[in-house]
Design a protein around this ligand. Structure first.
Ligand code: CA
Ligand code: CA
Ligand code: CA
Length: 286
């Protein structure tokens, strides 16, 4: 009995300690306010090539269209995104044929968008930028595609740039990248949207919202300036719009358009804000 009590005592102590650590983190955040614009990047997409198409979709809001039930399930949610998305276009009121062939899609709010989050480790401030695409179309076809870049800052100096590439984390030094007015220039690989340290020759969306087709293909948006929309669920971030985390908590990567999956509600993935990395960034895989 005494042993049991001791055990419970220990568990109780552990729980109390865990909560205190969490509370301490909340209270002792190093930065009272966080400017989401600080490490906003310039994205450069891979162009076409011989017998290859250019990148066809760009970072957009998960709710770019809330008025067309494209998959016919009587719900208006992100599972209609692949069907509603108009390719090779950036803009506020995009209309056209959807990615899977449905006519009269839109108007779609396909403006440059990034989902921002901030977290602190014991040594670094971590600025997280999560990009949402309607589709991953290289090697693996799936509806929805999340790619992220984390900037690890020590005091006020950016040190590590962590990118995801084919599901793995890669750490690079800040100095490995080209800069655009002090902002990172990232390459984005065609179709799967994984990041690379080298700039690409296709569509460019600058940190300030300037859009150029370069050698890529863009039917709408070329030459325009559409400032990035940054979403955050934290109340202490600046230059952000409020993200309602309950709007979507999972994304189903399957779609009837894909022979491999063939069903809408297939291959479920957590929303970034439900993932461990969102709350507790780590320097390496595992
Ligand atoms: Ca629907
Ligand atoms: Ca769908
Ligand atoms: Ca991808």
């Amino acid at each position: 009995m005494e042993l049991l009590n001791k055990k419970f005592g220990l568990i109780y102590l552990l729980i109390v300690c865990t909560f205190s650590v969490v509370n301490a983190q909340e209270k002792e955040r190093r930065n009272e306010f966080v400017d989401a614009n600080k490490y906003l990047s310039t994205l450069t997409f891979q162009e076409g090539g011989f017998m290859k198409t250019s990148e066809k979709n760009f970072p957009i809001p998960i709710d770019f269209n809330t008025h067309q039930d494209a998959n016919g399930d009587k719900k208006f949610d992100p599972e209609d995104n692949l069907e509603n998305m108009v390719t090779y276009a950036i803009g506020k009121e995009i209309k056209g044929i959807g990615r899977t062939g449905l006519e009269d899609r839109g108007p779609n709010n396909q403006v440059p968008t990034v989902y921002f989050n901030y977290a602190e480790t014991y040594s670094h401030n971590v600025y997280q930028y999560w990009y949402y695409y309607g589709e991953n179309s290289h090697i693996e076809n799936h509806e929805h595609d999340w790619e992220s870049i984390f900037i690890y800052e020590r005091d006020t100096v950016p040190v590590i740039v962590q990118i995801t590439s084919f599901g793995k984390l890669h750490n690079h030094g800040w100095k490995e990248f080209q800069l655009d007015d002090g902002h990172l220039v990232l390459g984005v690989r065609r179709g799967d949207h994984s990041f690379s340290t080298k700039a690409k020759n296709g569509v460019v969306i600058r940190y300030n919202g300037e859009i150029h087709a370069q050698e890529g293909l863009l039917y709408e948006g070329n030459g325009q300036i559409i400032p990035w929309t940054l979403y955050s669920s934290k109340d202490y971030t600046k230059n952000t719009k409020t993200l309602d985390e309950t709007y979507a908590t999972k994304f189903y990567y399957g779609d009837v358009a894909y022979p491999r999956s063939g069903t809408e509600m297939d291959l479920v993935r957590k929303a970034p804000w439900r993932r461990r990395r969102w709350r507790r960034p780590r320097k390496k895989d595992q």
